[in-house]
Ligand binder design. Structure first.
Ligand code: NAD
Ligand code: UDP
Ligand code: UDP
Length: 340
C-alpha cells in the first residue's frame, strides 16, 4: 500500500474536526468486478463515499452503466468493459470479486459461460491478486449449501448439492471458486476473504431478472398476478442490500478469512412474501401458482452467529422496511418519473 497519498479527512466523512495525521485512513485503490451490477454498484457508492479510488470491471451481461453513471465525472472512479474470463493487468490494493450473474434465470441462460466465469474468472482475479499482493474477497453464495439438510445453515455445513443439475454451473461453480480462493491463500499466501451471501434485494435489481422479490414487486406494480412457484411453502431469508454492503466491507477490513454467512435470518415462505408485497403495494394483487423449477432448495436461512461475533455485523433492515425502498425505485423505472 506504500505509494498512496493520505487523503484529507473531509473525504472520509469525518465530522469536520481535525483528525490527527496518524489516525487518518489511507485511501485505497479498490477493484470491484461486477461493479455495474445490483450489489456491486451499491458497494461502489460506499467505497467512493469513503474516499477510495474505485475501478469497476464489468462485461455488462446483467449490469448497467446507469447503475454507476453518477460516478463517471469523478476522477477517482473508472469503469472498464472487460470479461473476467480473460486475464487483465491492473494495480490495486483490494479486489472485491462479484462478477457473476446471480439470478437463476440469468445464470441458466448460458451455463457454460456461468461456470467459466466462476472458475476461470475467479482464477484470473486470484492470479491478479497474487501478482500485485492485493487482498481478495470472493462473493460466494448460500447456494453452496444446495438443498440443505441442516437448518438454519451454519458455515461448517458442507451442503447437499447436485453436481450435474441445472443449477450446478452456479452452485458448483461457486464451490470451486471457494476452493480456488483457499488454495491461493494456502499455496500462494494470498490474503483472502469469503462471504456466503443469502438472497438480497433492493433498488437497482434488474426488473425482469426472474428472482422472486423483483418478480413480485414488478408484477404488483403492473397489476399482474404474483407468480408463486410450486406450493409456495418453500422458504428464503431476504436481506436488504445496504446490510450486505456493510457486511462485505467489515469482512474485507477485518482479520478473518471466513467463510461468513451474510444474510438476514428473517425467514419467509413465498406465500408470506407475496402477502408482504400485497400489503406494501396492492392488497388486491392476485396470486397465480406455477410449476416449480428443478432442484429448488426447500428451505434457506442463515445462522449468522459467526459474523455477529467476529465481524461485529448484523443486518438492520427488516423486509417490511426494505421493501418500500425498492418499490420506490421500481415504480420510477417502470412508469417513469411523472407517475413515481
Ligand atoms: P448482478 O447480476 O446484478 O451483478 C453481477 C455483475 O457481474 C453484473 O454487472 C454483470 O454484468 C457482471 N458480470 C457477469 N459475468 C461477468 C464476466 N464474465 N465478466 C465481467 N463481469 C461480469 O448480481 P448481484 O445480485 O449484484 O450479485 C453480485 C454477486 O453476489 C454475484 O457474484 C452473486 O453470485 C453474489 N450473490 C448475490 C446474491 C443476491 O441475492 N443478490 C446472493 C448470493 C450471491
Ligand atoms: N492473471 C491475470 N492478471 C494478472 C496475473 C495473472 O489475469 O495480473 C491471470 C493469468 O492469466 C492466469 C491466472 O491469472 O491465467 C492465474 O495466474 P497465476 O499466476 O496464479 O497462474 P499461472 O499464470 O502461473 O498459471
Ligand atoms: N419463485 C417464485 N416466484 C417467482 C420467482 C421465484 O415463487 O416469480 C420462488 C422460487 O421457486 C424459489 C424462491 O422463489 O423457491 C426464490 O427464488 P429466486 O430465484 O429469487 O432465488 P434462489 O433463492 O432460488 O436463488
Amino acid at each position: 500500500f506504500g505509494h498512496l497519498a493520505t487523503l484529507p479527512s473531509s473525504l472520509h466523512g469525518s465530522a469536520g474536526g481535525k483528525v490527527p495525521l496518524g489516525l487518518r485512513r489511507r485511501a485505497l485503490r479498490v477493484l470491484v468486478t461486477g461493479g455495474a451490477g445490483f450489489v456491486g454498484s451499491h458497494l461502489v457508492d460506499r467505497l467512493v463515499e469513503r474516499g477510495d479510488s474505485v475501478i469497476v470491471v464489468d462485461n455488462f451481461f446483467t449490469g448497467r452503466k446507469d447503475n454507476v453513471a453518477h460516478h463517471l465525472a469523478n476522477p477517482r472512479f473508472e469503469v472498464i468493459r472487460h470479461d473476467v474470463v480473460e486475464p487483465i493487468l491492473l494495480e490495486v490494493d483490494q479486489i472485491y470479486h462479484l462478477a457473476c450473474p446471480a439470478s437463476p434465470v440469468h445464470y441458466k441462460y448460458n451455463p457454460i459461460k456461468t461456470i467459466k466465469t466462476n472458475v476461470v474468472g475467479t482464477l484470473n482475479m486470484l492470479g491478479l491478486a497474487k501478482r500485485i499482493g492485493a487482498r481478495f474477497l470472493l462473493t460466494s453464495t448460500s447456494e453452496v449449501y444446495g438443498d440443505p439438510l441442516q437448518h438454519p445453515q451454519v458455515e461448517t455445513y458442507w451442503g447437499n448439492v447436485n453436481p450435474i443439475g441445472v443449477r450446478s454451473c452456479y452452485d458448483e461453480g461457486k464451490r470451486t471458486a471457494e476452493t480456488l480462493t483457499m488454495d491461493y491463500h494456502r499455496g500462494a499466501d494470498l490474503e483472502v476473504r469469503i462471504a456466503r451471501i443469502f438472497n438480497t434485494y433492493g433498488p437497482r435489481m434488474c426488473i425482469d431478472d426472474g428472482r422472486v422479490v423483483s418478480n413480485f414487486v414488478a408484477q404488483a406494480l403492473r397489476k399482474e398476478p404474483l407468480t408463486v412457484y410450486g406450493d409456495g411453502k418453500q422458504t428464503r431469508s431476504f436481506q436488504y442490500v445496504s446490510d450486505l454492503v456493510a457486511g462485505l466491507m467489515s469482512l474485507m477490513e477485518g482479520e478473518h478469512i471466513g467463510p461468513f454467512n451474510l444474510g438476514n435470518p428473517g425467514e419467509f415462505t413465498m406465500l408470506e412474501l407475496a402477502k408482504v408485497v400485497q400489503e406494501t403495494i396492492d392488497p388486491n394483487a392476485r396470486i397465480e401458482f406455477r410449476p416449480n423449477t428443478a432442484d429448488d432448495p426447500h428451505k434457506r436461512k442463515p445462522d449468522i452467529s459467526r459474523a455477529k461475533e467476529l465481524l461485529g455485523w448484523e443486518p438492520k433492515v427488516p423486509l417490511r422496511d426494505g421493501l418500500p425502498l425498492m418499490v420506490t425505485d421500481f415504480r420510477k423505472r417502470i412508469f417513469g418519473d411523472q407517475e413515481a
